[in-house]
Each structure stands twice: as structure tokens, then as C-alpha cells.
Ligand binder design. Sequence first.
Ligand SMILES: *Cc1c(COP(=O)(O)O)cnc(C)c1O
Length: 426
Amino acid sequence: MQTQPSRYVASAAFAAEMDAGDRLRNFRDKFHVPKQPNGEEVLYFTGNSLGLQPKTTGDYIEQELKDWATLGVEGHFRAKRAWMPYHEIVTEQLAAIVGAKPIEVVAMNSLTVNLHLLMVSFYRPTAARHKIVIEAGAFPSDQYAVQSQIKFHGFDAEDSLIELSPREGETVLRTEDIERTIAENADSIALILLGGVNYYTGQKFDFQKITAAGQKAGAIVGFDLAHAAGNVELKLHEWNADFAAWCSYKYLNSGPGAIAGAFVHERHAESFDLPRFAGWWGHEKETRFLMGSEFVPIRGAEGWQLSNPPIFQLAALKASLDIFEEAGMNNLFEKSSELTGYLEFLLADIKDERVSVITPANPQERGCQLSIRVKNSDKTLFKAVSDKGVIADWREPDVIRVAPVPLYNSFTDVFRFAEILKDCLK
Ligand SMILES: *Cc1c(COP(=O)(O)O)cnc(C)c1O
């Protein structure tokens, strides 16, 4: 484990002091925090799985229910936030989350659906160039999505899938190894599709280097930002990624099954010759309601839309994005790094040989999540921790994932978690 930054102290008083100096400390009050049976708030560390509900979400959705009740179909134009262009009111805020231009992002569908739609356009294998590069042990849905795309095009995952694994004895991927694999397969890679932050290890990839290496090899580079959006600083436009997709129920706090997001780089904004699966909401707005038979896509990411969007979900997304905007992304990243740094320090301070962190020690190579490996443990340890009011998650065989989220977690939460873990290890 990393040497300890000495500015941290393992005490409740120090944690309270950090909380007092935290300029985002009042944001916790903007969220509903679940309670234990004894009435105390849980220690919630699963914002990487399902973010907490903003207290304003109900009001935003209520507004749409009210407008529907009072306006019926007229709500498309006359609702407080007119439904017809509703997805457009989140565009700028979404663009800020992923570091994009407004023309490059759209809220639509769900994550895996968006991955498929984008692969329809951006995975176009040929006999010579047909391989997809992913992380070994990528999130299952991503594995199924790429395997089925390969199969759909008449290829075989045996020949067409390259899975990146850490070196023997290591837990995360080295950028140089990713670059080498790309270079070695430069003639045959069609697509590189990595999680921006790996869901299991919490490793953040070097987006810029990987994108550059992939494009130099002549491949398309896409990212699954499920664990990155709202968690780490993203500059998709500047990094020149071809496409990306993410869900909004993890760090983006937009509720179970929330409407997802997609990014298509500006340079593809008018690539109308790309194959794409089309629907009426992707059709040019001025002529959409002429109901013509010829599909004319909107420039940019919006042209990949299929259906008119679910307004209640957009309302939940809007409620959450307003909070992100108010907090300021830089404030969030700054606090996040401190909060996770403190957790890392406290874990080292437990001084138990069995405990290690598989997430990179370099704050530049991770977001807020730490994946804690407890050697020779089984689920009983996790159960003991859970029984003390901690909501974290367990990944077989021996990893507890803990994500202190800067919007609603405190230094005291982190301190109390470490104390509970220490207790349960005895
Ligand atoms: C959470 C997650 C998903 C989930 O996909 P859905 O389509 O939203 O169900 C997919 N991929 C990754 C990497 C994830 O972290």
C-alpha cells in the first residue's frame, strides 16, 4: 500500500474538522439518505451502483405529472418545460459532465442500447480489420454487447475479440501494455471500447493516450463511461474520442433505470453516410412532423435518437444535473480526491496484512471508488460490515467496493466505515 500522506489523521475529530472545512458539506442535505432499522442513516458507499435520490427529483417529476393532467397533449408545447424539446434542456449540462460540445451529446435510451446503436455506426468490421479490444473481465453487459456485435457481422469472438489483462501478479492495466497491444494488432483492430473507469478495480484509464494510440492504428475509439460520468474529469472533445455512452443512475443520481447519455465527436456530426439505425426523433426537427418517408438525420449526437424521450426520466436527470451545476465540477473533483485519499490513508492505518487496495494509488488513475481486497475473506466479513449499517458492495471472490461520493458523503462517513471494517476484521 502507498506511503501515507501525513496530513491526514485517523480520528473522529480530524474527520469532523475536514467536514467543517468542506465547502460542499451542505449538499448532503439535498439528498434522501436511506435509514437503518434503528432510524440512523446508513453509511452509503454505493453511489457507483445507484446514486441517492435528490430531494428535488420528486418536484421535477411532479411538475410533469401536473402538466400532463392539466394540459394533455398540449404539454408538448405548453408544459413549464415543454416536452417537445425537453431533451435539449439537459444538453449543455450533460456536455459539461463529459467535457463535450453541446452538439456532441444527447440523453437517450439506456446504456447498453446506446452502445449497440453506436456500434452499428462505429463498428464496421472488414475481413482484414475486424477486432474489438476490451478489458478482460469488462462489465458483463459490455462483453455481451461486443460479442453479439461480432457475431452479428459474421465474425467469431475467438478471432475478433482482444481482452486486455493485467500482468501476472498485478491488478490493473498498464497504459504501455494497452498501447503495445494496439500497436501489435494495428492492422486488424476495428474498435477499442474500454470502460473509462473499470467497474471492478476502479482504475481510470488514460483516455488521451489510448485514444491517440487507437486512432494512430486506424481504429475507432469508444468509451463506456458508466463509472466515469459524474465521477472523474472528462474531456471527450479534446481527447478526440469517437464515441461514448454512459448511464445516469450511478454517479449521476437520476434514479433506477434512468435515461442514459451518448457522445459522438463533432467530426462525425455530419457523417450521414455512416450506417445507423434510425427513428423519427433523430430526424431533422424542422421537417420531422411533415412525416415524410425519407430519413434526414439531425446533425450531431441527436441524430442517433430513435424515440421521443421519457419525460419523467428526463425530469429526474434534470433535477440531478442542476445539483451538479450548482456544486461545480472542479469543487467535486477536488473534494473527491481528498475524500478517497482519506479512505486510503485509513485503510493503510488499519495495519492489517490481509487488507490491500487494488485500485491504483495514484489519484490521477482513479475516481472516488476504492476496491478493497481482503485476503482469505469470504462474504461473512462483508455481511458483518453491512450489519453495522454500511451499504457497500461485494464482488467475488474477495473484494469490497467502496465509493465515497463527494456530493453526499462526508469525511466522518469514511472514518466510521474504516472503524467498522477494523472492528469486523478482529
Ligand atoms: C452499470 C454498467 C452497465 C449497465 O448497463 P445498463 O444498460 O445500464 O443496464 C453497463 N456497463 C458498465 C461498464 C456498467 O458499469
